[in-house]
Design a protein around this ligand. Structure first.
Ligand code: APR
Length: 230
């Protein structure tokens, strides 16, 4: 029998209990920086060394953190469902927990590309510095979608949502588009579970919406228990 499709949209909140800071829980600052300073093409033009250093630190941090109960619980879902994770996160904690189908909407810290060649992507495990170039001679940058840039994976994510029998949304402030619009692409009858200690969703706008105002570690487990029965 074909498995039902579950789409899981995750944001920074699912990695919070692994020790990675969220974006908007600290006065609009991200690790002490204005988000636009470190996550926009203009920020990179102004101060490439600062931006590269910022992502080098984030990439190094990946080696010190591990997936938490939230990431791990989602792997169990695969026993009974066809699960697609659509994550806004640039960390690799879903992969390391063992989830098999992951769409990174906003790119990945463990990838890089030349500034001039957005579609030629390389693996990246170390630091990137000003002067480091790709095979075609273009300055390397992290493979991250910055504010104002295209989100090439959004069409794939929309297609997944239109097929979703169940949608789970975990740990996102739903402030960044087009990611936040994905909730509007699931069929009307699709149950939606929204797990976030400070949920920002208009409850009256969606039929079949269940809000679980808890951290990912406990909230995800509750939903999985309901869906899988363990
Ligand atoms: N478990 C679940 N959710 C949590 C937890 C936790 N332990 N701790 C915090 N949260 C929730 C917050 O309540 C908030 O709703 O995580 C959410 C984090 O929101 P943001 O910091 O805005 O992160 P996110 O929604 O992922 O941001 C979207 O913005 O800067 C860009 O590209 C970046 O992908 C990012 C996008």
């Amino acid at each position: 029998m074909e498995k039902e499709k579950v789409v899981v949209l995750t944001g920074a909140g699912i990695s919070a209990e692994s020790g990675i800071k969220t974006f908007r829980d600290a006065d609009g600052l991200w690790e002490g920086h204005d988000i636009m300073e470190v996550a926009s093409p203009t920020g990179f033009e102004k101060n490439p060394a600062l931006v590269l250093d910022f992502y080098n630190q984030r990439r190094r941090q990946l080696k010190e953190v591990v997936p938490n109960e939230g990431h791990k619980a989602l792997v169990l879902l695969e026993e009974q469902y066809d699960v697609t994770i659509v994550t806004q996160n640039v960390d690799n904690l879903h992969e390391r927990a063992g989830s098999s189908k992951i769409i990174h909407l906003h790119g990945e810290l463990s990838k890089m590309r030349g500034v001039q060649y957005p579609y030629k992507i390389y693996d990246c495990s170390g630091d990137i510095y000003v002067g480091d170039v790709c095979k075609r001679g273009s300055q390397l940058r992290p493979h991250i979608v910055w504010f104002g840039e295209d989100v090439p994976m959004i069409e794939t994510a929309i297609a997944e949502c239109t097929q979703a029998a169940i949608l789970m949304i975990i740990g996102t402030s739903m402030q960044v588009y087009p990611a936040a619009s994905l909730i509007n692409f699931v069929p009307q009858s699709t149950p939606i579970y929204f797990i976030d200690p400070k949920p920002s969703v208009n409850e009256s706008a969606y039929q079949n919406l269940t809000v679980i105002a808890e951290k990912a570690s406990t909230g995800v487990a509750k939903v999985i228990e309901e869906l899988v029965g363990f």
